[in-house]
Ligand binder design. Sequence first.
Ligand SMILES: *Cc1c(COP(=O)(O)O)cnc(C)c1O
Length: 404
Amino acid sequence: MFNVEDIRKDFPILSRQVNGKPLVYFDNAATSQTPQQVIDVIVDYYSNYNANIHRGVHALSQEATDKYEQARHIIQKHFNARFAHEIIFTSGTTHSINLVANGFSSILNKGDEIIVSALEHHSNIVPWQMLCERTGAILKVIPMNQEGELIMSEYDKLISNNTKLVFVNHISNALGTINPIEYIIEKAHQVGAAVLIDGAQACPHLKPDVQALDVDFYVASAHKMCGPTGEGMLYGKEAWLKKLPPYQGGGEMIAEVTFEKTTYAELPHKFEAGTPNICGGIAFGAAIDYMNAIGFDAISKYEHELLEYATQKLLEIEGLKIYGTSKNKTSVISFNLKGIHPYDVGTILDKMGIAVRTGHHCAQPIMDYYKIPGTVRASFAFYNTKTEIDSLVAAVKKARLMLS
Ligand SMILES: *Cc1c(COP(=O)(O)O)cnc(C)c1O
């Protein structure tokens, strides 16, 4: 049974105070908090078997290698990838996207088209712009509507035999919209285009099945799903990963090196040059185990309750507008108070111990669409409570009185 009070006991940080008030952590879309179970794994690694992996004959190196490869299997199982070697460890979503974008440099030709969405995070826009500059490919954008949804009839018009790649986030970090990725993938495949889905914002809330989705690439960050920062993954279909050239050169990624020619290691090592974040990978596996033990059905059901409760309570505040009102959305609320800068609201909330994010949320094109400088974003996780939402609502009311 899902019991939020028991779950909260797993997160030491949730019992601390900020500015003399109990911490209310509503910045989960930027990074999630870490349960003791994952912290213990990190401490255990550095206390007991810290060693470099894969090359060592000694016991510690063997242990570290086994645990690291076990984590790869946990991730493989979680995302339902066919093979463990289809999971590449990276430093996070940004790294994963750049790895794929770099690989496509040698595949794309002048005039080929890449489709992205208006709802993208900057990390999902800039690498494609750089790729277009290198290759002469053309970037097309699926537009959005007032609700913060992608307009699929416009996508239908953009897609053509020139489309080689489609990149969309599964869930928008700025608005919480859940995008119709099944449709997007199917349409792209009809013209032979590859699809990369940015799952950074989806994986904290749901469990994607990469085979059922038939997606070509799927990426995520550990730190948004109860794991450590600087760690993430790239899922790629075996055929695609074999086709893409390596991203970085170095140790681990080679089979044989002479000054005349180097041959590359088999997957997944071809993409894992240098000493990786070994502890991070192991802790990522532990974080996924932790979340699965609670269960993603229970998590999404509870978070949906929080979303509905907070939406209703916040909308009772005069002059408050919510951006991103799709029926298909996750527990992210982006809002502004009429005539008040989001930064000022965020500062007052912080004084009351409430952590929210203010600004453009690395998604400036969305802010431009709404013609606003930014929003206040409250994003909820499964360890948040309705009582905390009540504190937020009271604090926003107070901020409104102080600032207007
Ligand atoms: C956070 C986020 C990213 C970037 O993730 P990093 O861990 O900073 O690399 C990319 N896309 C989306 C949708 C995100 O929410």
